[in-house]
Design a binder for this molecule. Structure first.
Ligand code: GDP
Ligand code: GDP
Length: 435
């Protein structure tokens, strides 16, 4: 699902950044007076009448050296592919230019809805000139003044009309991901692959500490925040103080994340440091995906032996799925974000109360807890108390019978019955009456 994406396209200096800032409701994009200033694509969430959509500023089309065609192709194609609706911005004071016509020609051949926005219509006297733009064959021109806010509320209404019920009532959540692992396992290579992937929109947002840079990207309509990519990107030498700092930094990223991607190095296997990191992730009760990188360096025999190796070495996080990738050859790198999403969904999973009760009642009836006294243990009812991770509370009599071994057994049954792959689970026991 994900929120609708609305992209602003148009040649340089027509006022795209100004419009972007106006619609977002604050200063985000840099407004430049000189044409041809390259800038990164920006995206921000826009809220209007209780609905949300993602607004993307595609940056300027057209360069001073005149290599327009290539720019038009690349920028607009990308925007069109990612967007549900396009705002094609033109300059109402300047009138139609050859560049405008070129973009318009191309847009007409696409199957995306377009609103033709005529900007710089600062007063009613300028309105008449907006109608000239009918000639572009993209429907009725919509006059606005991004600078003064004239007509921009109406434009937002029109946008909601176009994207219709698709606009979500609630703010879609970004999944916060920490990519951790020993130095040299290939974290930065993987991050660069993820950011370089085709349908990804990048913008840097400030993190909690001065030098922690979180990078936000959108993949198939889902927002992801890669927590502290500066910590990943900074090349560190493998000496003790830096490495200690690296681990501290990784743990801080884990704390701020909802999903952790633990990167291992295939030829090296699972080191004690890898295990410690995995254990810390489990202690922090974060969802986990184990990515084994540099798969290209293994021969067929080593590859076959790998699942058993991981099962043995990472038994304490057996619930975490594993993915064998190569940042070098891109093998299965495209599966990382979909898996992160699945793992996040598992950790956010909430079962209906009736279902929780039915499941635990049946499981306890089938295999009762070990009896510790003359009276058997008893389960009164069960409830799911929370998510991230899914947490269940059993209200019982004779709680001492619900040993940790027995709770592990229940957890196993729970995992067989429902998809909780990648998330830790908690099962708590309360003596009924004591709560
Ligand atoms: P972009 O390159 O398409 O992103 O254009 P900018 O947003 O950087 O704006 C280019 C110039 O046009 C800046 O000097 C803006 O102040 C100006 N501008 C933008 N919107 C309006 C408008 O509605 N009216 C007038 N008069 N000027 C505008
Ligand atoms: P980081 O310290 O975890 O960020 O690791 P880097 O991304 O800097 O990678 C460390 C080294 O491993 C670099 O020389 C990379 O080129 C190399 N590397 C990364 N991924 C792969 C891979 O999938 N296969 C191979 N053969 N080398 C890789």
């Amino acid at each position: 699902m994900g929120r609708p994406v609305v992209a602003i396209v148009g040649r340089a200096n027509v006022g795209k950044s100004t419009l972007f800032n106006r619609l977002v409701g604050r200063q985000v994009a840099i407004v430049e007076d000189r044409p041809g200033i390259t800038r990164d694509r920006l995206q921000e969430e826009v809220e209007w009448r209780g609905k949300y959509f993602l607004l993307v500023d595609t940056g300027g089309l057209g360069y001073p050296d005149g290599r327009l065609e290539e720019q038009v192709e690349r920028q607009v194609q990308q925007a069109v592919r990612d967007a549900d609706l396009l705002l094609f911005v033109v300059d109402g004071r300047q009138g139609i230019t050859a560049e405008d016509e070129e973009v318009a020609d191309w847009l007409r051949r696409q199957d995306r809805p377009v609103i033709l926005v005529v900007n710089k219509v600062d007063g009613p006297e300028a309105e008449g000139r907006a109608w000239d733009f009918f000639r572009l064959g993209l429907g009725e021109p919509f006059p606005v003044s991004a600078l003064h806010g004239r007509g921009t509320g109406d434009l937002l209404d029109r946008v909601l009309q176009e994207i219709g019920g698709g606009a979500e009532e609630e703010k879609a959540e970004a999944i916060r991901v920490a990519i951790v692992g020993r130095p040299n396992v290939g974290k930065s290579s993987l991050v660069n692959r993820l950011l370089g992937a085709e349908r990804v929109v990048v913008s840097e947002v400030p993190g909690t500490t001065r030098d922690a840079v979180d990078v936000e990207l959108v993949h198939e309509g889902q927002r992801f925040v890669l927590v502290d990519t500066a910590g990943i990107r900074r090349r560190s030498r493998i000496d003790t103080p830096t490495e200690y700092y690296g681990v501290r930094r990784a743990l801080r990223a884990v704390e701020r994340a909802q999903v952790v991607v633990l990167v291992l190095e295939a030829p090296v296997g699972v080191t004690s440091q890898d295990k410690r990191l995995a254990a810390r992730v489990a202690e922090a009760r974060k969802a986990l995906l184990v990515v084994v990188n540099k798969w290209d360096l293994l021969d067929a025999g080593a590859r076959r032996a790998y699942p058993a190796l991981l099962e043995r070495e990472l038994a304490f996080v057996a619930w975490a799925p594993q993915l064998y990738v190569s940042a070098l050859t891109r093998r299965r790198v495209a599966e990382i974000l979909p898996r992160v999403r699945a793992v996040f969904a598992a950790s956010a999973r909430r079962l209906p109360t009736a279902e929780v009760n039915r499941f635990f009642t049946e499981a306890v009836a089938l295999t009762p807890p070990p009896q510790k006294s003359r009276k058997p243990a008893k389960l009164f009812y069960a409830a799911q108390a929370g998510v991230h991770p899914p947490t269940f509370v059993l209200f019982v009599a004779r709680s001492e019978c619900f040993t940790s071994a027995y709770l592990r057994h229940l957890e196993g049954r729970l995992r067989e019955a429902y998809d909780f792959e990648g998330t830790p689970l908690r099962i708590l026991v309360r003596e009924k009456g004591s709560v």
